[in-house]
Design a protein around this ligand. Structure first.
Ligand SMILES: [Zn+2]
Length: 362
């Protein structure tokens, strides 16, 4: 996984270091599988986590217990690779003052290769098959790990949040779409090619709404913040009396309604908004039942912006899950819990992954 890094390079190893020969001891931190190296979780150093989103880049210094010691933010400077690299360097320099930083973890939407060195595809980054990690390690003079943002968030929830103690964990992030990730037996499970976890594109309604991926009827067209906004706009345009409060909240302009506005109104008690969230929750539960049939996890952790709806979302999801779970009544059922770490989960997870995996050798 991690190649030898500048700074601690001692030439190619003639034989494995002793710790490479201990298979199970470091399993809790093993990253991405593949039968590669094993991790040391013992290192107490600080790491910087950087979460590159579509509009902002958030960074923080994270300690070995997942606490954020200091934070900094920038706007995402478009997709120009050099500009994004520059922002990363600035953030690390700014946050590194006064802290001894061991490694840097970078989380972004998209697919990274299994070794965490190359961006295969990312909507927010222009890199395509570029060895980004090598470039950044040269600039930052520290170990760097690239990871998918959903994987980073799942790792953080497993290590420090709602998923602690559950070794078969599926994490679902509900935002504009649906992010998915799995932590299985103490490692991030990425599949054979590093692109597992695209649960949002399971087809849940053949012939249904068109999805950005090109298919119709994907789960994220029914159980995401975007889906909530779309259904609320449809309701508002229907001129139904039940949509009065919804329309009033946007001064009579249905096109201004977003999932976030609906969530806010629902929390304030608006009945139509509550029903809309309930419907999204039911779709959520149905998709989770499909995932349970395939993956049999012990727990689903639900994160992302839509989670601010809390029980208004999760209770209907639990009911729909119980109603649709295959073998219900004859099998233990996975729990469904809200994420605990909030919007910083990706940043914390990216930092921690870089810290615990930065001693891994092939
Ligand atoms: Zn899709």
């Amino acid at each position: 996984m991690y190649g030898a890094l500048s700074g601690d390079q001692a030439g190619p190893l003639k034989r494995p270091a002793p710790w490479r020969l201990r298979p199970a001891t470091y399993r809790a931190g093993q990253l991405h599988g593949g039968g590669g190296g094993h991790l040391r979780l013992g290192r107490k150093g600080l790491a910087i986590g950087i979460d590159i989103g579509g509009t902002k880049v958030a960074a923080g210094v994270v300690d070995a217990e997942g606490r954020i010691l200091s934070e900094a933010r920038r706007s995402t400077p478009g997709t120009d690779p050099r500009a994004v690299e520059q922002v990363i360097v600035e953030l690390v320099e700014e946050l590194g003052q006064g802290h001894r930083i061991w490694s840097v973890g970078i989380g972004a939407a998209g697919w990274m290769d299994l070794a965490g060195g190359t961006v295969l595809f990312s909507p927010h980054l222009a890199w395509r098959n570029e060895p980004l990690r090598e470039n950044l390690q040269r600039l930052l003079r520290r170990p760097v790990l690239l990871t998918n943002d959903a994987d980073a968030a799942a790792w953080a929830e497993w290590r420090f949040g709602a998923g602690q103690g559950e070794d078969r964990l599926v994490c679902i992030t509900l935002g504009t779409g649906i992010g998915g990730a799995m932590v299985m037996d103490g490692r991030v499970e990425r599949g054979r090619f590093g692109v597992a976890g695209e649960f949002g594109h399971q087809i849940i309604m053949p012939g249904g709404h068109r999805c950005e991926c090109g298919n119709r009827g994907c789960w994220e067209q029914y159980a995401s913040g975007n889906a909530l906004g779309r259904e609320a706009r449809l309701l508002a345009r229907s001129n139904s009396p039940v949509a009065q409060d919804l329309l009033a909240a946007v001064d009579g302009h249905p096109e201004a309604i977003t999932g976030a506005i609906v969530t806010e109104l629902a929390l304030a008690g608006d009945r139509a908004s509550r029903e809309l969230i309930e419907e999204v929750g039911e779709w959520l539960g149905l998709g989770l039942a499909n995932l349970a049939a395939a993956l049999d996890p012990g727990l689903f952790v639900i994160g992302g912006g839509l989670c601010s709806a809390g029980d208004l979302l999760v209770e209907p999801a639990r009911k729909a899950f119980a109603r649709n779970l295959t073998g219900r009544g004859f099998r233990p059922a996975a729990g469904i819990e809200l994420a605990a770490l909030g919007p910083n989960a990706g940043l914390i997870g990216a930092a921690d992954l870089s810290r615990v995996s930065s001693r891994v050798r092939r």
